[in-house]
Design a binder for this molecule. Structure first.
Ligand SMILES: [Cu+2]
Length: 123
């Protein structure tokens, strides 16, 4: 039954190759590395810049800032949706409170990515 063993081996090799290709695809994502403010950070002064750094270029398609009650705060950005490793957006003066930043983007490998982080302004 050598033939059967060869077929099983071929199937195992094909499965391993497929798993490796999935791992390779995952590793090619651009990922957020750090944010400013950091997720969960409590800041005494309202931030004048909201920033996200990525390990590889990310085309950020939306970035939104909302307060705890769901109010949206307009962010001014200058990246013009070009792929960037760091996006900086300027918020209006922020009163004390909790805020959430939500973003969506296209990774360097074309995959859709999204994330969120929160911070609190507590003077
Ligand atoms: Cu990817």
């Amino acid at each position: 039954m050598r033939h059967g063993v060869t077929q099983r081996l071929a199937a195992i090799v094909a499965t391993a190759a497929f798993a490796l290709s999935l791992a390779g695809a995952a590793a090619a994502h651009s990922r957020p590395e750090t944010t400013a403010p950091a997720d969960g950070e409590v800041v005494a002064a309202a931030p004048t810049v909201i920033a996200i750094s990525f390990d590889k270029p990310m085309r950020v398609t939306t970035i939104e800032l909302t307060g705890a009650d769901g109010d949206a705060f307009a962010l001014e950005r200058t990246d013009e949706m070009a792929p960037v490793t760091r996006i900086e957006a300027t918020p209006p003066p922020l009163p004390a409170g909790r805020y959430t930043v939500k973003w969506r983007g296209l990774s360097e490998d074309g995959h859709a990515m999204s994330g969120r982080f929160s911070f609190e302004v507590r003077p």
